[in-house]
Design a protein around this ligand. Structure first.
Ligand code: ZN
Length: 414
């Protein structure tokens, strides 16, 4: 017997591509959106009444680090081990990952792109999720981050695969494909979170970055480039990577933004991570890095508006914690000058573009049925998307998977 369709009726619809309907009906059959149109005057039999609520695509986060380490998420993981208590088993980490996955889904994040995790944790979570062992968003993983031999390698350990020279770069990419990577992440510059790295110059030579992009693209994988300073950012854009992560220096060379707009290279501005280093965790980082982050924070906002003006596709990337607070990035985008509509586009179809997914990020027929229903109107107040109490229903792959409606058994079709 074919499954009976799920009919969502009467909500305002933000479709993720910039269009809004006042009262819409969305029909889901199996795991696919099969019909979208204006709401009929009378509620169809069996439809769920969403009058007064807003429906939008499930949010997509293009820059997360799935991790059992909770440095950026005080209070989310288990409390610290006290002196005299036995050490915690390593395997506890997988339960923390499962809790993180649940928190993401409950916040309406239905897809995440992991851009680097320790000990292949993101790959383990992806598999657990595919097998239905844990609730959580769909996960795309880069495997390990391809980096030149660099000081960051000593700090980030198993998150990195260090390589030097074009041939070794190819091998490093192939290793990630072997490991099961969905895309390749490469360090085009050093990182702002490492004292001994200067994030300004390109960290790879042109032949090295060329080899990474060529190898990945030939094998059908996209490339995400960590790019802070202008030297590495320029090289990454010119070599044709698919997404620029951070990209804060781009406002200094508008020609690169024009090139990105032309070629559909997506910018993931990760504003929140600069606030983390400059304001939130100032005592956890070396003073030099905190000072650097204050300058970078201003640069990141300048680049946000310059990129929007140039028509560059933007994507939400939280790059912080706790898991589930990802939409703070959309709040920052609005504070930085984007309209709420543009921010929502960045958190849905823009981020889906970053991931290279054409089945996510929009509420249109044929897309995967990943949806979010919230109380109120995020176009009036973007902060609604951060409030757990406002998340009424999360649908993933056509299945009600999170939100208050499930807690309260409020999902009784009429
Ligand atoms: Zn990151």
């Amino acid at each position: 017997m074919a499954p009976s369709p799920l009919i969502l009726w009467g909500a305002r619809l933000i479709d993720g591509r910039g269009a809004v309907q006042d009262r819409a009906t969305v029909v889901i059959t199996g795991s696919t959106i099969t019909d979208v149109g204006p709401a009929q005057r009378d509620r169809p039999p069996g439809a769920i009444d969403l009058t007064g609520r807003t429906m939008l695509p499930g949010l997509v986060d293009a820059h997360v680090h799935l991790s059992s380490h909770m440095e950026r998420s005080p209070d989310f993981g288990p409390r610290e081990v006290l002196n005299g208590e036995p050490p915690r088993p390593r395997e506890l980490g997988y339960f923390i990952l499962a809790k993180a996955a649940r928190a993401l889904l409950d916040a309406g994040i239905t897809t995440v792109r992991d851009v680097g995790s320790y000990d292949d944790e993101a790959l383990a979570l992806r598999e657990a999720n595919r097998l239905g062992l844990v609730g959580g968003p769909r996960v795309l993983s880069c495997g390990r981050i391809v980096s030149a031999t660099a000081p960051g390698g000593r700090i980030f350990g198993t998150m990195y695969r260090e390589a030097d020279g074009p041939d070794e770069m190819r091998k490093a990419v192939r290793e990630q494909i072997r490991r099961g990577a969905d895309f390749i992440k490469v360090m085009a510059t050093g990182a702002r979170s490492v004292v001994d790295e200067d994030p300004e110059p390109a960290q790879l030579t042109q032949p090295e970055l060329h080899a990474v992009v060529d190898e990945a693209h030939r094998m059908g994988l996209r490339v995400a480039a960590h790019a802070e300073g202008l030297g590495g950012t320029r090289l990454a854009v010119e070599e044709g990577v698919d997404t620029i992560e951070h990209g804060l220096s781009l406002h200094r060379e508008p020609r690169l933004l024009d090139r990105m707009a032309e070629r559909g290279i997506v910018l993931v501005p990760t504003l929140t991570t600069f606030h983390d280093l400059a304001e939130r965790f100032t005592t956890d980082f070396a003073p030099k890095l905190v000072e650097q982050a204050k300058r970078q924070l201003e640069d990141a906002y300048r680049t946000l508006t310059a990129a929007a003006r140039a028509g560059v596709i933007l994507a939400m990337g939280h790059d912080s914690g706790p898991p589930g607070d990802d939409a703070v990035e959309l709040v920052r985008m609005v504070e930085g000058g984007l309209s709420p509509q543009a921010a929502i586009t960045a958190g849905t179809s823009g981020a889906a573009r970053a991931l290279g997914l054409d089945d996510a990020g929009a509420v249109t027929p044929g897309k995967r049925a990943d949806l979010l229903v919230v109380d109120g109107n995020p176009l009036d107040s973007i902060g609604i998307l951060r409030e757990r109490s406002r998340i009424w229903l999360v649908i993933k792959d056509g299945q009600p998977s999170g939100g208050r409606a499930l807690d309260a058994r409020g999902l009784q079709p009429g």
